[in-house]
Write a protein that binds this ligand. Structure first.
Ligand code: ADP
Ligand code: DP6
Ligand code: CO
Length: 360
């Protein structure tokens, strides 16, 4: 370390969020975050929905601290501690010649971090902020501490922050393999196809409400596993078949199969939420009207034009088969849910799929 001199070393990274088309809902191990089924997601364009995180280290820092969207949050939770511990244990020597800083591998144990993270979209509103947030945290810490592990190892660490985060380490379509081991080492994300593979797709997000949800994903899925008679049937019988079919649909760019699977899986996820006791309602009337609108349109065309999926919140993620359909979809949404009409939709965010970007 540079002696008798005050210094700060910083890294900034940006990570997009991902939206599951075959949903993860339920854990078999709460502390390691091991799921009861595989899941598949699409990673979004970071220019629309992303987290930007800056991690800094300095001998002047007396303890680890973190600010989320400008407000200090506690790092005492197990998830933050697990991610910090796993990354710290893999740190290597770091040298910044220009600043005259040398940090030896063993120094990392005694150095403290300041972390500032900002989501450019609503936090805890069902748009997967925990996915972008923890993926970005792990990625930026790994850069700062010169961790040599590849993205697949980093995905297993991000998973311990939030399950869905493991899928944000890759662009394109990504599968989270549930794994078999009790230690979670084989519960990792793999890229199925990159972001260029199906570049006709356009993703449109209709923000129905940016309010924080009442039931977090973590507690919602815990209650489902404890009380829903349907969820095991879903995890054991339905999802394994859908995962195989979805991989095939994505690889062959089969939009009708993709749309059928995406919509059915979203609907079944919300059905198991309703099957939970007490029932969990993530969608609202506006969400239901969006579903009806897309279903009617798809039926009238004879073949699906748009797929919909809703995470743990009322906001719609709409996937149009191409740009022309996306323009028509936006027109229809503006007609049925005019932004000036009062309560319905707040905004539309349009984007392609994309890759993890390193801004540091
Ligand atoms: P969402 O649907 O937005 O993923 P969750 O209930 O799954 O909602 O998770 C929200 C939680 O994720 C937040 O309360 C916070 O603890 C964590 N989180 C969100 N954004 C970040 C971030 N940028 N960095 C670290 N943690 C984050
Ligand atoms: C509906 O990953 O947010 O978005 O692992 O407890 O942090 P924790 O939950 P989280 O759950 C995501 C649930 C979902 C579906 C999905 O992303 O697969
Ligand atoms: Co989440």
């Amino acid at each position: 370390m540079a002696e008798n001199k005050s210094w700060v070393l910083m890294v900034t990274a940006q990570t997009p969020t991902n939206i599951a088309v075959i949903k993860y809902w339920g854990k078999r191990d709460e502390s390691l975050i091991l799921p009861i089924n595989d899941s598949i997601s699409v990673t979004l364009d970071p220019s629309h929905l992303c987290t930007t995180t800056t991690v800094a280290v300095s001998p002047d820092f007396t303890h680890d601290r973190m600010w989320l969207n400008g407000k200090e949050i506690s790092l005492s939770g197990g998830r933050y501690q697990n991610c910090l511990r796993e990354i710290r244990s893999r740190a290597s020597d770091v040298e910044d010649e220009k600043k005259g800083i040398k940090i030896a591998k063993r120094d990392w144990e005694n150095l403290h971090l300041h972390i500032a993270s900002y989501n450019n979209f609503p936090t805890a509103a069902g748009l997967a902020s925990s996915a972008a947030g923890f993926a970005c945290l792990v990625y930026s810490l790994a850069k700062l501490m010169n961790v040599k592990e590849d993205n697949s190892h980093l995905s297993a660490i991000a998973r311990q922050g939030s399950g869905s985060a493991c899928r944000s380490l890759y662009g394109g379509f990504v599968k989270w393999i549930m794994g078999k081991d009790d230690n979670g080492n084989d519960s990792i994300a793999v890229q199925l196809v990159d972001e260029k593979h199906w570049d006709e797709l356009v993703i449109l997000i209709a923000v129905v409400s940016s309010r924080q949800k009442e039931t977090s994903s973590t507690s919602g899925m815990r209650e489902t596993v404890e009380t829903s008679p349907l969820v095991l049937h879903r995890a054991k019988e339905v999802v394994p078949k859908r995962v195989v079919e979805m991989e095939e649909a994505v690889k062959s760019r089969n939009f009708p199969a993709f749309a059928r699977l995406t919509c059915s899986d979203s609907n079944q996820f919300h059905a198991v939420c309703l099957d939970t006791s007490p029932p969990i309602f993530y969608m609202n009337d506006t969400s239901h009207r969006i579903i009806s609108c897309v279903e009617k349109w798809n039926r009238s065309e004879g073949t699906p034009q748009v797929a919909y999926t809703f995470d743990a919140g009322p906001n719609a993620v709409l996937i149009a088969r191409n740009r022309k359909v996306a323009a028509l979809l936006l027109q229809r949404l503006l007609f049925h849910f005019p932004p000036q009409s009062g309560a319905d939709l707040n905004s539309y965010i349009v984007g392609d799929k994309s890759v993890l970007m390193d801004a540091g």
